[in-house]
Structures are given as C-alpha cells and as structure tokens.
Design a protein around this ligand. Structure first.
Ligand code: NAG
Ligand code: NAG
Ligand code: NAG
Length: 243
C-alpha cells in the first residue's frame, strides 16, 4: 500500500514539476533590468519608478527575444532624484511618471562608443517629439554629455552592458518640456498634488516542495522489482504528458 501511495505521489510530483517548468520561462538574471539596477544599490527611486509605471516588464520580456534591438537606459541615482525640487516626483500624475520613465529608455542597444555617432535628438520610448522630448547626446569618445533643453548632465559610469542591455549612470534626472507639460504641442495642465505613488509590487515566486516529495518517494524504490516497473510506467506517463 505504501509503495502504491509513493508511486502515486511520485507521479503527481512529476506532473507538478513538468507543468511548472514548461509553464514559465523566468528571465535570465543577466538581462533583467531591475536586478541589474538593484545590484549597485543606488537606484532605488528609479527602480520604484520603473516598477510603478510597469516599464520594467516589457523591457525584460523584449530582452528575452533574439529579434530585440536591445535597450539603453539612463539611470539617475537616488541623489539625482533628491536634487529635484522637493515634491517634484510626488506632484507628477501617473501619466507624467510614465513619460518620465520612458524618456530615460532608448529602445536600442547603444555601446558607449556609439554616442559619438548617434543622430540627435535620440528617439526614446517617450517618442520622437523633438520639442517635448529632445534627448541630445554628444560624446568625444570618453566624455558623454546629455542635454534635454531643461537639463545638462553627463554619463558618470557604465553600470551594465552586455550587447543587449546597456545601463548608464547619470547625475541628473532627465526632465523635458513634454514631461513637465510646458512647451509641449498639447500641454497638459499641471494638476495639484496628486499623491498616488503606487507601491512597487513585490511578488516573491512561491517555492514548491516538489524535490523533497520526489526524494522521499524514491527511498521506497529498491525492494520490489514490480514496484520499480510500475514507477517506471508512471514516470513515462508523466514525461509523455510533458511533451
Ligand atoms: C560636455 O560639457 C562640458 C560642460 O559644458 C564641456 O566642457 C565639454 O566640452 C562637453 N563635452 C563634449 C564631449 O561635448
Ligand atoms: C573629452 O573631453 C574630456 C573633458 O573635456 C577630456 O578630459 C578628454 O580628454 C576628452 N577626450 C578626448 C578623446 O578628446
Ligand atoms: C545647458 O548648456 C547650454 C549650452 O552650454 C546652456 O546654454 C544652458 O543654459 C544649459 N542649461 C542648463 C539648465 O544648465
């Protein structure tokens, strides 16, 4: 009876395992934008912005595709955010936060050497609008300057670069007329303080106990040959369901 039960459990465990592994493809740690940023420890506000505007997930899923052109991200440090006028970020509407996040993301991988030849203004995720969202990048080979019409700053270091994803640290938050709602073709009125910073969703993946179920089932194996055979059948059945 115990043997039968353990073989049944083994079958269940295998089925569970195969639905789990075929059902989800977790992003490889190498090109996950938030974990890249988290590693250096000084981009907490920017990570929060990417998460609350849900810009991180499409980037990560694009990076999984071989057809992706990659991404270049200008990441302002926490001190860059605290250099903003007090309450700036909190006064932004959700739409402004999305534009702000998008303006820091170029939907192409650009190695640092490519900034010497890039054509300005550089198109960002915020669009091609040279009045509302002008991102101009000028480099002499070692120094990279960025101007937006409202902000002059420099690339301070390369945080990450793997041919698909490039993350550069910048010393200032890249504001533009289109983000602030000034001088844009269709200016949105600056609303009064809307304090709706949604908390970053922290969903820890649930751990399964599959492995321990399998090993405890397997300890009952060696005694009876017929049992081994029936477990073998169960395994084959489970595997065929995976295919
Ligand atoms: C970057 O800006 C600084 C300060 O305005 C300037 O001195 C420097 O020449 C600029 N570098 C490049 C590569 O444009
Ligand atoms: C680029 O500009 C910086 C600052 O102006 C200077 O220190 C550096 O030598 C320049 N590099 C080249 C290759 O001209
Ligand atoms: C940025 O640099 C340009 C050219 O050097 C200058 O005219 C402008 O005033 C600067 N803007 C800011 C906000 O510092």
């Amino acid at each position: 009876m115990m043997k039968q039960l353990s073989s049944f459990l083994l079958l269940l465990a295998l089925l569970h395992l195969c639905t789990r592994t075929s059902g989800q493809s977790s992003p490889s740690g190498a090109s996950d934008v938030t974990s890249v940023l988290r590693k250096s420890g000084k981009f907490t506000t920017f990570i929060g912005l990417l998460k609350s505007t849900q810009m991180d997930e499409p980037i990560n899923s694009q990076l999984q595709k071989t057809s992706s052109q990659g991404f270049t991200i200008f990441a302002p440090t926490d001190s860059a955010f605290s250099d903003l006028q007090t309450g700036t970020l909190n006064s932004f509407t959700d739409e402004q936060k999305v534009k702000l996040a998008q303006f820091h993301i170029i939907p192409t991988f650009l190695a640092i050497s490519q900034f010497q030849t890039v054509s300005n203004p550089v198109r960002t995720e915020a669009g091609n609008d040279a009045v509302g969202f002008p991102l101009n990048v000028v480099s002499n080979g070692t120094q990279v300057n960025i101007t937006t019409g409202l902000v002059n700053t420099t690339v301070d270091s390369t945080v990450y670069s793997d041919g698909q994803l490039a993350v550069y640290e910048v010393g200032d938050v890249l504001l533009s007329p289109g983000i602030l709602g000034t001088g844009a073709p269709a200016p949105a009125p600056l609303p009064p303080k809307a304090k709706k910073a949604s908390p970053p969703n922290s969903q820890a993946p649930s751990r399964s106990t599959t492995a321990s179920v399998i090993s405890s089932g397997a300890t009952g194996l060696p005694h009876y040959a017929p049992m081994v055979a029936s477990i073998g059948v169960a395994v084959l059945a489970a595997l065929s369901l995976c295919l």
